[in-house]
Design a protein around this ligand. Structure first.
Ligand SMILES: Nc1ncnc2c1ncn2[C@@H]1O[C@H](COP(=O)(O)OP(=O)(O)O)[C@@H](O)[C@H]1O
Ligand SMILES: [Mg+2]
Length: 288
């Protein structure tokens, strides 16, 4: 195992590290909290701020990114894992300009990747990072090994919750697990979605943060809020991105503010290498 680990460590070592490159993982405890809609609209906002953005659809059970973009890509991650396509061949340019790597829905194999497959995937992703400023990873809800790996390897992980008690309980549960493994190389923050106001968002954040501090001794950042906006479900139904159609809605304003925060924010550690971290986490979790 040790030898294999060394070989893989070499493999994963990025030869050229793009210093501007940031990986943001978007996750949640509970499903249906707004991860995918937030990811695609955030990509749009970052693109407008002249950032080069790539979305990785890592919701390997319910792949929704292409659906929200209103696109039907022919190939996806499954073809890469089966060795039929290279990762470069499945980077699609959306009609909004930013790029995305689609996943495929309902393929059980994808939802449970082996450590070897995860490494293969990560290794094929690392060279393309050179061409981007941001990689946004939209994950599935809940705690699977690959989701935890993506979260722990990112520069920032955004846990999205809504005000519903089931959602906040699940946000607490996933944050608690991530805090157990978290290092100073990453930031973990909570974003409260579908709230009426900033006061309500802060109240929910403080509730979760307080319990986390009590039981783990560590807290999470407050990444802000996105207000509930009936125009969003309408836009999804009609197949357009709300931010593209109307920049003045509550949803659009809040997502743009968050994009500005990301675009102007500095990375925590000077040189964090997503690929190296992913590899180390994979080994660490496996060994426990
Ligand atoms: N801020 C919001 N205001 C109103 N509806 C929202 C908001 N955010 C998400 N939704 C709705 O929640 C539903 C689930 O969103 P989705 O992005 O698919 O969640 P997830 O990816 O977490 O499963 C969608 O119908 C979406 O329109
Ligand atoms: Mg989703």
């Amino acid at each position: 195992m040790k030898d294999q680990a060394r070989v893989l460590r070499e493999l994963i070592k990025s030869e050229y590290d793009n210093d501007n490159f940031q990986v943001i993982t978007i996750t949640s405890g509970k499903g249906g909290v707004g991860k995918t809609s937030f990811t695609v609209n955030l990509a749009y906002a970052l693109e407008k701020l002249e950032k080069r953005v790539l979305i990785l659809d890592a919701d390997l059970a319910l792949a929704n990114v292409n659906i929200m973009l209103g696109e039907k890509p022919e190939y996806n991650l499954i073809h890469v894992l089966q060795g039929e396509k290279s990762i470069n061949e499945i980077i699609y340019t959306s009609k909004y300009g930013f790029k995305y790597i689609p996943a495929s829905s309902g393929v059980e194999k994808l939802a449970n990747l082996s450590a070897k497959e995860q490494l293969y995937l990560i290794n094929s992703l690392k060279d393309i990072a050179l061409n981007f400023d941001f990689m946004l990873i939209d994950t599935s809800a809940g705690i699977s090994e690959i989701v935890v790996n993506f979260c722990l390897s990112a520069d920032k992980t955004i846990v999205i919750t809504t005000p519903e008690p089931t959602s906040t309980a699940d946000a607490y549960a996933i944050s608690r697990i991530l805090l157990e493994y978290k290092t100073d190389m990453m930031e973990l923050g909570l974003l409260v979605n579908m709230v009426p106001s900033v006061e309500e968002a802060k109240r929910i954040y403080e509730g979760i943060d307080r319990v986390l501090r009590k039981f783990t001794g560590k807290g999470v950042e407050f990444y802000g809020y996105v207000r509930k906006d009936e125009k969003l479900p309408l836009s999804i139904k009609e197949g357009f991105l709300l931010l593209d159609k109307n920049r003045k809605t509550k949803y659009s304003q809040d997502v743009f503010s968050f994009a500005e925060f990301l675009a102007t924010g500095k990375r925590k550690a000077q040189r964090t290498n997503f690929w190296q971290k992913f590899f180390n986490n994979l080994i660490k979790i496996k060994e426990e």
